[in-house]
Design a protein around this ligand. Structure first.
Ligand code: PAF
Length: 296
């Protein structure tokens, strides 16, 4: 595995790969890798000849007062995991490599970036879209892998890929959970044992609503209310809504097409998000692959 810190080095490493006709998979991350990232890396190594993982805590997607400085980091562990999983290139740039002095350009993602998480994290998705677009330009992957837990992020990235005709396919992989249901997130490291226990209400609520959906309940408000019923101990419920997973528009009334129930809460100072996909046809895995986007 090559560990690469500069853009020129990355370009050199990838030139040889491209010239030999190998396919390239990219797994963009902010490090402190967990089993969720590992599952994305495994998907990439299974489908692509060469897998590139980026580890970059992207300053532009943190709002003032957020956890940029204390975001968990463990570069040595990340390197070991990537090596074990067969990653070919680990790109770990410093902030100045990605945002050199004089950097001013960014990707405006439109209203989709102002809804839900974007309402509570103004500018967050501009930062995500900008860094991900830069990574796509640097790596020029055939496939890029993202986790379903960050559903709004995946929808926005797919929108950007389509709107800017970026030649990459986006693959959204299912959320990986702890055995007790908690969705894996690097930020779970912030939770003390009591908060971690309380956090289980999120997956419990989503699971209950998912079961009601499978049993035939189709009313968006009723399903969201089922989730909310398990969120009573959270410090704050930022949102709990049924949404269209492509546009992220909030759904009301009867759900007749694929939807997602999405939640954001704050617990002990930590912001947690989670979601489940609801497919009226009952075929959720197929639905996830429908989310793959291609410039067409
Ligand atoms: O999901 C993340 O870890 C980040 O938002 C991403 C996609 C790596 C961009 O910084």
């Amino acid at each position: 595995m090559r560990i690469v810190r500069s853009i020129p080095e990355l370009r050199v490493a990838l030139k040889a790969v491209r010239e030999s006709g190998q396919s390239i998979g990219l797994v963009p991350t902010m490090g402190f890798l967990h089993e969720g990232h590992a599952s994305l890396i495994r998907q990439s190594t299974a489908r692509c000849d060469t897998t590139v993982v980026s580890v970059f805590v992207n300053p532009s997607q943190f709002c003032p007062g957020e956890d940029l400085d204390r975001y968990p980091r463990d570069l040595e562990r990340d390197q070991n995991l990537c090596l074990k999983l067969g990653v070919a290139i680990l790109f770990m740039p410093e902030a100045a490599e990605i945002y050199p002095t004089g950097f001013t350009t960014s990707i405006e993602v439109g209203p989709m970036g102002d809804a839900l998480c974007g309402h509570y994290r103004p500018g967050h998705f501009r930062g995500v879209a900008t860094v991900v677009t830069k990574l796509f330009n640097l790596v020029q992957p055939d496939l890029a892998f993202f986790g379903q837990k960050d559903l709004q992020q995946t929808s926005i990235i797919r929108r950007v890929v389509k709107d800017l005709n970026l030649p990459v396919d986006i693959l959204v992989a299912p959320t990986v959970r702890e055995p007790d249901g908690l969705a894996l997130s690097s930020r779970n490291a912030y939770l003390d044992p009591k908060a971690r226990q309380t956090a289980l209400g999120i997956s419990r609520g989503l699971g209950k609503a998912e079961r009601r959906f499978q049993e035939g309940e189709r009313d968006a408000a009723s399903l969201a209310a089922t989730v909310r019923g398990e969120l009573l101990d959270m410090d704050e419920i930022q949102y709990c809504e049924a949404v269209d997973p492509v546009t992220m528009d909030i759904l009301a009334g009867t759900i007749t097409r694929p939807a997602a129930l999405c939640v954001a809460v704050v617990l002990g100072g930590t912001r947690l998000i989670d979601n489940v996909l609801l497919s009226p046809s009952g075929v959720v895995t197929q639905f996830i692959s429908h989310l793959e986007s291609k410039d067409s």
